[in-house]
Ligand binder design. Structure first.
Ligand SMILES: C[S@@+](CC[C@H](N)C(=O)[O-])C[C@H]1O[C@@H](n2cnc3c(N)ncnc32)[C@H](O)[C@@H]1O
Length: 231
């Protein structure tokens, strides 16, 4: 909680010092809808860097689950082949910003699929993905929603596909962000929920060790998990 408060305070001070960077449409304003405004560049660079190190190739079909404003998605769209990026989010206002971000970058010719969704329970994208990427999403899901999300992932992964998602390991609610909780759950708990959905979960390591160096201790201490279909 203290870290959230400190980060909020830092953002407020930064917005006073650099008002034009926080005006509507400016990057800090836009990507502030997806996380801490002053960290958007670092968190954009981390996402594509991590996925490329995991072997992302231009011909993979990638689903950016909870894509927000394309903070992480824009460089992925630039890297992937045309029609190979899909981004979905539950908040219509961030999807509107995602579309503006795409247009301003002139990347519409990559034909990404960017969609607002009402939920994951009955959602069928009628497509399978080699990579599902959920950056800073699972840690905002209530337990029941996590089960729904894992079942959705199971339905949408190719047989050898993988979901990568960062989480807080621990037990409890650490605070709130926007309308979402910030949850911490033990690794065993994630493994159990994954098993129930027909997935195998394992930890890849702390974000800090994977190159996520934001200066925010709690964010850098999160863990990256992978989920694959159980054999
Ligand atoms: C912290 S933001 C991260 C956004 C993006 N992944 C990024 O790194 O820039 C989490 C996003 O997940 C979305 N989200 C939360 N629950 C969701 C759900 N059940 N289905 C789809 N999106 C969801 C939120 O609306 C929000 O945009």
């Amino acid at each position: 909680m203290a870290h959230v408060t400190l980060a909020d305070r830092a953002d407020r001070w930064l917005s006073r010092l650099f008002p034009t960077r926080f005006r509507p449409g400016a990057p800090e304003w836009r990507h502030g809808k997806a996380g801490m405004p002053h960290l958007w560049r670092m968190q954009r660079a981390f996402q594509i860097d991590f996925l490329q190190r995991m072997g992302l190739s231009p011909d993979h079909q990638l689903l950016d689950l909870g894509c927000g404003t394309l903070r992480g998605g824009l460089p992925l769209i630039g890297f992937l082949a045309s029609h190979h990026y899909t981004g979905i989010d539950i908040r219509p206002e961030v999807i509107a910003e995602a579309r503006r971000e795409l247009e301003e970058a002139g990347l519409q010719q990559r034909h990404p699929r960017i969609e607002h969704v009402d939920g994951l329970a009955d959602l069928d994208l009628e497509q399978r993905f080699e990579i599902i990427w959920a950056f800073s999403v699972l840690l905002h899901l209530e337990d029941e929603e996590l089960d729904t999300c894992l079942a959705f992932v199971r339905r949408h992964l190719t047989d050898d596909g993988v979901l990568y998602a960062n989480v807080n390991l621990g037990d409890g609610q650490l605070g709130r962000w926007e309308d979402f909780p910030i949850v911490a759950r033990p690794l065993d708990w994630y493994s159990e929920r994954a098993r129930a959905a027909g997935l195998d979960a394992r930890s890849i390591g702390r974000l800090r060790e994977l190159g996520h160096l934001s200066g925010d201790r709690r964010a850098d201490s999160q863990f990256m998990l992978s989920f694959k279909k159980s054999r």
